[in-house]
Unconditional design. Structure first.
Lengths: 474, 439
């Protein structure tokens, strides 16, 4: 923290020195950015930098500034139109579009920040060249600068495009989405016809407190608990199952190893989308499984025993049973992946360790628990964390399997959630299936999911890397 | 803000109508609230008269003269093949009618039931003309996506279409869409070789008949669209509040409790099943399901299952406090809307008029299973499904419920179906959910 503050201090101190000690060219480049270069003979570079400055000024002045000035209110002029029945045309006023204001406002500010960084860097660079000249050192010409970009400064050349991509494709949209959480953007406030505006922390309060008439807090706790249970169970079951299956196939007594392995890989080859929809139909109230159970008379027996109250087994429509079914089906869908990973790792366990354990008289279980599992855990630890996070956000399995599920919990229903929803499917329902389209609530939930995932990842990774565990297996 | 917009539009419409009065003395028919729907509609459309002006032919001539280059229009209608083909024919006729203008009309496939979502995703990029189910009207108007129909040029939709359809297309005294079909409601489909007229007259008889034969009957309890009928039939309300966003609902009063108890009783029989319509078609084919509540869109499948024994009838009655009460329903219409953000509003309006006029509706009625909303066209087409709908229409309400209705109502249906000891609590929860403020 201290180092960071120091670095920031030095950054601005250097800028101050450059401005105060710079000669006329450096001072001129405060206004026209290229002057510092042009004055020392770097004409092309100077012109390029000046052109960049011009583009920035034009863009900000003409495009982003009008939006940035409206950011505080997100627009005040509502769209109004008048239709002229004689000419069959209509006139529309100059209206504000909150969504565009937010989008271009965020973009515009980001570009201003980026430009300021370039601007400060430019002054410093001009000053550096002044110093070089003064000390009689060589100053690069344009060709030499270019050559440097593929030699000494090749990292800059390589990383420029990806960095810009990440900023525009990931960071800016995330900032934009986070901003939505602080607005009232929903079906009733939908641009371009209607405006939305800032509401502060209100939406977060809705999610975390039991405000009168809102069941979001109740639904959030329920959904969060199930999300965590699901993520833990789904990860652990497929992981253990995958290892056991891989060991079974690898076992010396197993015949036709390749065939078994291929058979399981086939389940990966079929898109999950298809498999899951098919399974959800199979286990539907009137699906093939219930058909078979009815024909063999099991359903009647269950009714007789009072285990079920319907003329079918509600595999996919009963809170509790559906939860169990989802985890079971996920085991079936998820094990082949883990088996493939485990197969590769199992084959790489150093055989000297296994051998010496055997010579020392360890039995198979001891070998499994003391050597195989720790080794597996060490190698697959990071991927376990990833798959846990992946399961928190496992949209496919939950959404495709529970299409027919109707909750009987009225409080959940009021918040557009179901007992079997994960945070991520709930978020989807709020934005896509609910008529109210509470984008702001979806954004709030998205932020919460991010915080949960980020915290879990950071904590587990740092624990895993702590100490010299790498030594253990070498 | 919304109120203000509506007010401005109304003022504009009034100014226009005053100006137009000098020229045209066209009769402006008053819209009578549909029979049986007074209760739910009078607050909204009962006291405000819907008015549409008749534009002059000069306007069309002016528009043709003012049009330069190619006119690009997009039309969204159902993905069903019969629909797509019919619309293509109609669009070709439209091009011939206005042969002086060069059109480039694209027909897109977009289910009416989800049209609103697609349109509102990006209203500026949505189709110029689109077909949608009338329950989406409120949200589309709220979002300012619909061009108000203040003037028509080729015919008068108010006079040509049934009063129910016109009501469905109007909100707060303004017409926002052109009615297309009047068959988006539900009724009882059954196998007449196994069930008598007596059996299908009431749920109690129906359940008894199914029990006796070891067969099933039912509907989708998990869908608030169907659950509504029982409560509305008994006189309970669930409809939009004054603000046009939230709901008012009184299902937890004494009548509502009686309705719910009656439903629980009906559902306690093994013969009654809650089943979605895709599963229902399969069950009907197997011969297990012999009576089901559904709409015209499923008729072909049930025809395949029941063959000549297919019969349709208005919904059965059910007992509330020992009195046989007719089950109500939602009456549904398909409407054609013009995008308020269309770049060629004039042409889009003319196209919308063209595909909803009498001849066009006849064609659609003949090629699809749907019933026209046009009075003359409806009179010329008949089918068992449409006559059942006609009989049910006296007990059907306009679908005017806010977004918070659906999930709680579906949950209520499911709860009553699976059975509950405390009906009142279930109703209280449902009403709390339905009436929760949408902000």
């Amino acid at each position: 923290m201290k180092r960071l503050l120091k670095a920031i201090g030095k950054y601005f101190a250097d800028f101050g020195t450059a401005v105060s000690k710079g000669d006329i060219w450096v001072k001129l480049s405060l206004i026209i950015m290229g002057m510092g270069y042009i004055g020392r003979g770097q004409v092309i570079k100077g012109l390029l930098v000046t052109a960049l400055e011009a583009v920035f000024v034009l863009f900000t002045k003409n495009i982003s500034w009008p939006y940035i000035t409206k950011l505080n209110t997100l627009g005040t002029v509502q769209r109004e139109e008048v239709f002229d029945p004689i000419t069959m045309t209509k006139t529309v006023n100059e209206y504000d579009n909150s969504l565009l204001i937010l989008l271009f406002g965020v973009l515009g500010i980001a570009i201003i920040v980026a430009f300021l960084l370039v601007y400060i860097g430019n002054i410093k660079s001009a000053y550096r060249i002044q110093e070089l000249k003064k000390n009689g050192k060589h100053v690069n010409n344009f060709a030499e600068d270019l050559r440097e970009l593929v030699n000494d400064k090749f990292h800059i050349t390589l990383l420029a495009l990806p960095s810009i991509g990440v900023i525009f494709m990931c960071i800016l949209p995330i900032i934009f989405m986070v901003c939505i959480a602080f607005t009232n953007y929903d079906a009733a406030h939908q641009p371009p016809s209607t405006l939305f505006t800032w509401v502060g922390w209100k939406n977060f309060i809705t999610l975390f407190s039991n405000k009168q008439g809102s069941t979001f807090a109740y639904a959030f706790v329920k959904v969060l608990i199930w999300t965590l249970i699901w993520a833990a169970l789904a990860t652990v079951t497929t992981y253990i199952g995958g290892i056991l299956l891989a060991m079974l196939i690898n076992h010396q007594d197993t015949k036709l190893k390749k065939m078994w392995r291929s058979l399981f890989v086939v389940t990966i080859a079929i898109p999950q989308f298809v498999t899951l929809l098919l399974i959800s139909k199979m286990f539907g109230n009137y699906g093939i499984v219930n058909g078979i159970l009815t024909r063999i008379g099991l359903v009647d027996k269950l009714l007789e025993w009072g285990w079920i109250s319907t003329s079918y087994v509600p595999f996919m429509t009963h809170s509790g049973l559906t939860h169990v079914m989802i985890i079971l089906i996920n085991i079936w869908v998820g094990i082949p992946y883990q088996m493939l990973i485990a197969t590769g790792i199992l084959m790489n366990i150093p055989s000297d360790q296994l051998e010496s354990a055997r010579i020392d008289g360890a039995n198979k279980f001891q070998i499994f628990w003391k050597i195989t599992m720790p080794y597996m855990l060490f190698i697959t630890g990071p991927s376990l964390v990833t798959s846990f996070i992946g399961n928190i956000n496992n949209f496919n399995v939950i959404y495709l399997l529970t299409g027919d599920y109707v909750t009987t919990d009225a409080s959940l229903a009021a918040a557009n959630a179901k007992d079997v929803d994960l945070l991520i499917t709930w978020l989807f329902k709020i934005t896509s299936e609910s008529q109210l389209k509470q984008y702001y609530m979806a954004s709030v939930i998205g932020i919460v999911v991010f915080i949960i995932c980020a915290t879990l990842t950071l904590v587990t990774y740092s624990r895993m890397i702590k100490g010299d565990k790498e030594e253990v297996f070498q | 803000m919304k109120k203000k917009l509506v007010a401005v539009l109304l003022t504009a419409a009034m100014a226009v109508s005053l100006a137009a009065c000098g020229k045209t003395t066209e009769k402006q028919p008053e819209v009578a609230p549909e029979q049986g729907t007074e209760q739910t509609t009078e607050e909204k459309t009962g006291d405000t008269e819907v008015v549409i002006n008749q534009g002059s032919d000069d306007a069309i001539a002016n528009l043709i003269a003012a049009t330069e280059g190619t006119v690009d229009l997009t039309l969204w209608c159902s993905e069903m093949e019969s629909y797509q083909n019919t619309m293509k024919e109609l669009v070709d006729e439209f091009k011939n009618t206005y042969s002086d203008v060069d059109f480039n009309i694209t027909i897109g496939a977009q289910s009416e039931s989800t049209c609103k979502d697609e349109v509102l995703k990006d209203v500026e990029a949505a189709a110029d003309v689109f077909v949608f189910a009338d329950d989406q009207l409120n949200e589309l108007v709220q979002a300012g996506a619909l061009q108000a129909v203040t003037t028509t040029y080729t015919f008068d939709p108010l006079a040509a279409n049934g009063a129910g359809a016109v009501n469905a297309a109007s909100l707060n005294g303004t017409c926002y869409a052109y009615p297309l079909t009047a068959s988006n409601g539900y009724f009882l489909i059954y196998d007449k070789s196994l069930l008598t007229d007596e059996d299908v007259a009431s749920w109690e008889n129906l359940v008894a008949a199914c029990e006796a034969q070891g067969k099933k009957c039912g509907f989708d309890f998990g869908n608030g669209w169907y659950t509504y009928g029982f409560f509305s039939g008994a006189g309970c309300t669930a409809t939009l509040a004054e603000d046009g966003v939230n709901n008012v609902c009184d299902w937890n009063n004494e009548t509502g409790v009686a309705v719910a108890e009656s439903l629980v009783k009906i559902c306690s029989s093994d013969a009654v099943i809650s089943i979605g319509d895709a599963d229902a078609r399969a069950q009907a084919k197997d011969g297990d399901l012999i009576a089901y509540v559904d709409g015209t869109w499923s008729i072909e499948d049930f025809q395949a299952a029941y063959g000549d024994n297919l019969a349709c009838v208005k919904l059965p009655t059910f007992e509330v406090n020992g009195v046989a009460t007719q089950e109500g329903s939602f009456a549904g219409y398909k409407l054609v809307g013009v995008n308020a953000y269309s770049k060629n509003v004039g042409w889009a309006m003319l196209l919308a008029e063209f595909i909803t006029n009498e001849e066009a509706q006849m064609k659609i009625g003949a090629n699809t299973q749907e019933g026209p909303s046009n009075i003359n066209a409806a009179a010329s087409i008949s089918s068992p499904a449409l006559s059942a709908l006609g009989a049910q229409s006296a007990f059907a309400d306009l679908q005017r419920v806010g977004g918070n209705y659906w999930t709680p109502a579906g949950t209520l249906g499911q709860t009553l179906y699976t059975g509950t000891d405390d009906v009142k609590a279930a109703l209280d929860d449902a009403v709390a959910g339905i009436t929760a403020a949408a902000e």
